[in-house]
Design a protein around this ligand. Sequence first.
Ligand SMILES: Cc1cc2nc3c(=O)[nH]c(=O)nc-3n(C[C@H](O)[C@H](O)[C@H](O)COP(=O)(O)O)c2cc1C
Length: 382
Amino acid sequence: MLSFLVLSFLSAYAVRAVVIDTEGLPDTGLDTSTWTAGTLPPLEDLWDANDFQIAAKNVLKPKYYASYRTGALNEYTYQANLGIYSKVRLNGFSFRDVSNPQTSVSILGHNFTQPFFIAPAANAGHANKSAEASLARAAGRAGILYVPSISSTLSIEQIAAAGFENQTMFHQEYIWSNTSQVSDELARMEAAGFKAIFLTVDNSGINGVRVRSMRYTDESDTGHSTSFSLSALAGFRNLTTLPVVPKGIKTWQDALTCLELGFPAIYVSNHGGRVVDGAPTAVEVLMDIRKNAPQVFERMEVYADGGVRTGADALILLALGARAVGLGRPAMFANIWGDAGVDKLISLFAAELQTTMQLMGVQNVNQLNTSYVNTGNIVPLS
Ligand SMILES: Cc1cc2nc3c(=O)[nH]c(=O)nc-3n(C[C@H](O)[C@H](O)[C@H](O)COP(=O)(O)O)c2cc1C
């Protein structure tokens, strides 16, 4: 009888216990043994952005998890994005008053509570029925910027309506080969109240070869233009009165070109490792811009993303010259809970950022500069 009870207990436990391949993410002691496969775990179990990824892996259909998680080809750049921060040392200074920490920043003249934002990412509806609405609401509640993708589940107008009155959002746009689609969408974004356009310029014509996702879905037909030259870029700006920020800058030369063309800002990104496998990380590109075209940082705003998973990662990019830092996958993964998950991700991340800042002797994010980082372990690009 006793052995029967023990066996029943063990087999019940075996059904419940979940073993998840954590893909080499840092081990911070997450215990999934009480989770149920395919079911949302208790939100209280989650303590950082990587935990949200593991929870999403437990809950999402494999093809949806793959579509969010995938990088291009061997995912070297995806992995480099995650790994580069471990090579940078943050310098902390003692003997400073950090009793009144300030994290707020202005982005293109709009004030936000945090120097991090939710980056554009397609198809939020794969994680939750509320799709982009929960991302917009959570950003609004926290006072941070959200920039929905033009490949969103919800329409431009639905996302605008989901936000709060007086909430500032920007919108991402692609360069479609169908030019009337571009002008049409830009007019709708402007009418819906979005305040700036992130124009993604790293996806010319075709998506990266995203093997992990291609096992489930054909993503090759994007409708993007393959002939987006400098003159086309100039023409694009005439289609909207909103400020345009080229997203996907990966070289100092392109950064300088954007400065010379009079753009108010650039967005350094390798698209989360989803485009060119082998593209450099934001850390390397920011260092390269500083070396070869330092005037970029003085004369325009610079945003950056890629593999940012902790507040300390964000501080590295801020110290290297970024004014604000984007989170891509973490927000998509957190959205498996809808509003509650995204709220929690934002508050955990904000706490990490503020705590690390204070421990480094930084009272205000705008004091961050290269004296706070040591990049000696990183091989310069040029
Ligand atoms: C699922 C997914 C969809 C994305 N869709 C878009 C998109 O529609 N437009 C765009 O400019 N960038 C897109 N990106 C790139 C993100 O804006 C961002 O650059 C990247 O995710 C940052 O890296 P991270 O995911 O490591 O934080 C997408 C990224 C992911 C993960």
